[in-house]
Structure formats: structure tokens, C-alpha cells
Design a protein around this ligand. Structure first.
Ligand SMILES: Cc1cc2nc3c(=O)[nH]c(=O)nc-3n(C[C@H](O)[C@H](O)[C@H](O)COP(=O)(O)OP(=O)(O)OC[C@H]3O[C@@H](n4cnc5c(N)ncnc54)[C@H](O)[C@@H]3O)c2cc1C
Ligand SMILES: *[C@@H]1O[C@H](CO)[C@@H](O)[C@H](O)[C@H]1NC(C)=O
Length: 451
């Protein structure tokens, strides 16, 4: 394992003679904090600048693949330990895909012969799920005192001009310098806008024409609605222009419901990606569906938030790095939520950055500025294809669920084949090869920068 600083305690102390690399991270979301822990583990000096006044993660669930967990282990074993304290592997052996549309009676909706389309074993993705806030809080507890500065909204950065620092400018008029800046400031990333230049098309995410709704309801209602066989398993109901994913959670006490619908309309305001909606609105949109969908909708509260799914598929960023500034996580490649793997991509980004910056830190100070930009260019080149594939595939997978994808339509065998290969691409990924490739590419680039 590429553990560069064995047994190095997480801390801002420095026991080597080389000055530490100073890294500024913009944004204290899951990816900003994971990246910070990976860099601290390699002995760098890290400051996170977060816009709001405290860490804010919602109580919703998030799941990480086996690949993301392998990256966490290599970033900093404490990250994986923090996940292991709050995460659970899926208790469901398989996911069953049901026709949510055609069955006309509760009996036929319940029967495998009449409405089960296919099932897939849980194996490939090996997800561990947890509550976002639990995981983030656990990681925050690992950060040394003083790592995070709250109430610091980045509005600009300046690089060069005779200084070998990149200087962040905050909304409160203050500034802070560092050797390198990593923007982990999410889908509306200010760092991305500044990096790509004013008015670049990839500055703003666009509407995917999908809305989604989520709710956590008491399990007994789901049991009464769906029967024990369906309610105890993970059910994916598919059909025309919508899909419903539901499963028991919280040790079988609660039932998690996710409903996504196609929306041909425009979304009014991309900066508020949510709108108030009602159970009535959803039930009339899905009124021609089968009885189990009506039952699931019946479990929702009367007033419910409608989320607009935004992403960067239409305007992908041409690069994730410029000079000594880069973007990672959603700031680089915000995706719609339909693969449930957006954060996993950010964890993979963090590992590449940590490994490359760890190498730069081992160089003499005079060689660092030049090698930093080679390291960030390498990071961008190594990560761009896979992460942008995920953004596009997340759109595709939603269309496949919703019988809108050109190559599959309502054909279950074809849909299953799509789910299979896409799941394997996410879940069977060679982390060693990614790290090795970034090292080789970096060495080539750094050598050509010297001559
Ligand atoms: C419904 C849903 C379900 C999902 N499920 C999964 C899942 O199961 N598995 C998975 O892998 N992914 C999932 N995702 C995707 C995942 O949530 C995101 O990829 C992940 O949260 C991105 O984290 P981030 O740290 O990059 O960005 P964010 O979480 O958006 O954090 C950005 C941070 O930057 C701060 N910030 C913003 N601007 C500035 C500024 N100018 N200056 C300073 N600070 C700033 C913000 O306040 C925030 O704290 C899901 C997404 C959704 C919507
Ligand atoms: C950022 O700072 C540079 C250099 O001072 C300036 O030219 C630019 O207009 C600033 N950009 C923004 C968005 O404030």
C-alpha cells in the first residue's frame, strides 16, 4: 500500500526539515473533509475555508461502493474507520426490479410471475450506507484544531504576480495564501467559475428534466402496503416516465422511499433546486400506474419537497485544473443522483490528489511551484473521463428506469444488460492502476516542465 508517511499522526506538527506544503481547501462538504484528511495524513498543512458558520450535512442517507472504501483506506485509514462506525452493508441480498405500471390488482403486483422483471445480486457495488451527517461529524472529529475556518466565502483568487502563493479572497474582505488550492465547493462552485473564466458554459449546472422526492416513513405502513415479501427487500419499480426505489432502513424500523419523475418543463430557478409539492401532485402524475405505486405514494406526508436534479452533463468542464488551482468532487463533475455514486467519484479524486501532492511535498521547495501545476494537470487528465462518464450515465440510467432510453425501451433483458455493465464499471475499478497511471503521467509531465 502506498502509505507514504507511516504512523504519522494526524496533526499540524512537522517533524521533518522540509517545510510542509500549504494547501487551501474551499468547502467543508464530504469531499473537502475527506481530501483534507488524506493530505494531513501525508504531513501537509491544510486549511478548509467554509462559507457557512458550521458543518451542515442533512440527515439523509448516502452509500459508498467498495471502490470508494478502498480509496478511503488509502487516503487515511481513519476515514474508513469513521465510515465503519456509522455505515452498514446492505442487508438485502438482491434488488428486485418490478413492473410498477402494468399490474392492475394488488395480487398481481405482489406476484413474481406477473410483475417481477428481473433481480440482481447486491454483489457488484457492495454499498455501505450511512447518514451523511453521522459520517461527516465523525470525520470532523479527526481534524486538528484550527483546520477549519467558518464564515469564509471565496469570491476570487489570484495567482502569480511575483508571489509563489495562490491567494484566496473572501467575501468579508480578507485574504489567505497557500501553495495550492483545491475547490471542493460543490455544484455551484465559485472556484470552478474562476478557474474556467467568466461566462464559461460549464460555470452553471443545467436541469436534467428529472425531479425527485424522498421520504423516510415508519416501516409498518410499508408492510401493510406491499406485503412482507416486497416490503422487506429493496424494490425498484420501473415504468413510463418515473421510477420508485424503496427499502427498509434503520434496522427495519423505517422505510426509505425515493421517487423520480420525468419533467418536460423548464425549472424556474436553478439556484433553488427545490420546490414545495404535495402528495396529491405526485399521485395525480402517477395515477395510471399500478396499485403498489399508489400505496407507496399514500405513505408520503401531505406536503413534500420536490427536488430538481441538476448536473454538468450538458456543459462538462474541459479541465479540472489550471496553474496551482483545481476542483474536485461535485465542483468538478456534479451529477444527478440516479447512480448514487457522485460522492464515490469525489473520493477517488481525493486519492489521486493526495498521492500526487504527497510526492510534490517530498521535493525541494524551489522545485515545487512548477511540479504543483504538473501534478494538478495530471490529476485532471487521469480523472476527467471516468467522472464525466458517470455524470452522463447517471442521466442514462434514469431514462432506462423510466422506459425512455432509446436502446432499451420496455425490454427488460436489455435494461438488465445496461444496469449490469454500468454497475460493473462503477464497482469493479482498479484503484492501483489509477494511482500507478497518475504517477507515470505526472513523472512525464514534471520532466518536460524541467527541460
Ligand atoms: C438525493 C441524492 C442522493 C445521493 N446519494 C449518493 C450516494 O448514495 N452515494 C454517492 O456516492 N453519492 C450520492 N449523491 C451525490 C453526493 O451527495 C455528492 O456527490 C456529494 O455530496 C458532493 O460532496 P462535495 O463535498 O463535493 O460538495 P458539497 O456537499 O456540495 O459541499 C460543498 C461545500 O462547499 C461550501 N461552499 C460552497 N461555495 C463556497 C464558497 N464560495 N466558499 C467557501 N465554501 C463554499 C458549501 O457550503 C458546502 O459545505 C447523492 C446526491 C443526491 C442529491
Ligand atoms: C479577481 O481578481 C482579479 C485580479 O485582481 C480581477 O482582475 C478580477 O476582476 C477579479 N474577479 C472577480 C470575479 O472579482
Amino acid at each position: 500500500m502506498g502509505d507514504m508517511q507511516q504512523n504519522s499522526p494526524i496533526g499540524q506538527e512537522n517533524d521533518s526539515l522540509q517545510p510542509r506544503l500549504e494547501v487551501s481547501i474551499v468547502g467543508g462538504g464530504i469531499i473537502g473533509v475527506i481530501t483534507a484528511l488524506g493530505l494531513l495524513h501525508r504531513g501537509m498543512h491544510v486549511t478548509i475555508y467554509e462559507r457557512v458558520e458550521k458543518f451542515e450535512e442533512v440527515g439523509a442517507a448516502i452509500a459508498f461502493t467498495g471502490v470508494a472504501r478502498e480509496c478511503m483506506q488509502r487516503l487515511n485509514p481513519s476515514v474508513l474507520e469513521a465510515l465503519a462506525r456509522v455505515g452498514r452493508s446492505s442487508p438485502h441480498e438482491r434488488q428486485r426490479y418490478w413492473d410498477g405500471f402494468h399490474p392492475r390488482t394488488k395480487e398481481s403486483a405482489m406476484q413474481e410471475e406477473s410483475s417481477l422483471l428481473f433481480d440482481v445480486p447486491e454483489g457488484d457495488l457492495a454499498y455501505w450506507a450511512c447518514l451523511r451527517s453521522h459520517f461527516l461529524n465523525g470525520m470532523v472529529g479527526l481534524l486538528p484544531e484550527g483546520t477549519v475556518q467558518f464564515g469564509k466565502q471565496v469570491v476570487n483568487y489570484t495567482e502569480g504576480g511575483g508571489s509563489d502563493k495562490v491567494v484566496l479572497h473572501f467575501a468579508d474582505g480578507t485574504t489567505a495564501g497557500a501553495d495550492v488550492v483545491i475547490g471542493c465547493d460543490g455544484i455551484h462552485s465559485a472556484t470552478r467559475k474562476l478557474l474556467l473564466g467568466k461566462g464559461h458554459p460549464a460555470s452553471n449546472p443545467t436541469y436534467t428534466h428529472k425531479t425527485f422526492f424522498r421520504a423516510l416513513v415508519p416501516f409498518p405502513g410499508a408492510l401493510a402496503a406491499l406485503g412482507a415479501d416486497k416490503a422487506n427487500d429493496c424494490c425498484i419499480h420501473v415504468g413510463p416516465d418515473a421510477h420508485v426505489i424503496s427499502f427498509p432502513t434503520n434496522d427495519g424500523k423505517m422505510y426509505n422511499i425515493f421517487i423520480a419523475t420525468h419533467d418536460p418543463q423548464e425549472w424556474s430557478d436553478p439556484y433553488t433546486m427545490t420546490a414545495m409539492s404535495t402528495r396529491e401532485e405526485l399521485s395525480s402524475a402517477l395515477q395510471s400506474w399500478g396499485p403498489h405505486i399508489a400505496e407507496i405514494i399514500g405513505l408520503l406526508p401531505e406536503n413534500i419537497i420536490k427536488y430538481g436534479a441538476f448536473d454538468m452533463a450538458e456543459n462538462p468542464a474541459p479541465t479540472y485544473a489550471s496553474g496551482r488551482v483545481c476542483v474536485a468532487g461535485d465542483a468538478a463533475h456534479a451529477s444527478s443522483p440516479f447512480h448514487g455514486a457522485g460522492a464515490c467519484m469525489g473520493v477517488e479524486d481525493a486519492l489521486v490528489l493526495a498521492e500526487l501532492l504527497g510526492h510534490v511535498q517530498s521535493l525541494p521547495v524551489s522545485a515545487r511551484p512548477r511540479c504543483l501545476s504538473a501534478a494538478l494537470q495530471t490529476y485532471s487528465a487521469v480523472r476527467i473521463e471516468r467522472t464525466q462518464w458517470l455524470v452522463q450515465s447517471s442521466r442514462d440510467i434514469c431514462d432506462i428506469y423510466q422506459w425512455r432510453y432509446h436502446g432499451t425501451g420496455e425490454d427488460s433483458a436489455k435494461c438488465k444488460a445496461e444496469f449490469d455493465w454500468r454497475g460493473k464499471k462503477i464497482g469493479h475499478f482498479d484503484v492501483d492502476a489509477m494511482v500507478a497511471e497518475s504517477r507515470t503521467e505526472y513523472e512525464k509531465l514534471a520532466a518536460s516542465a524541467v527541460h
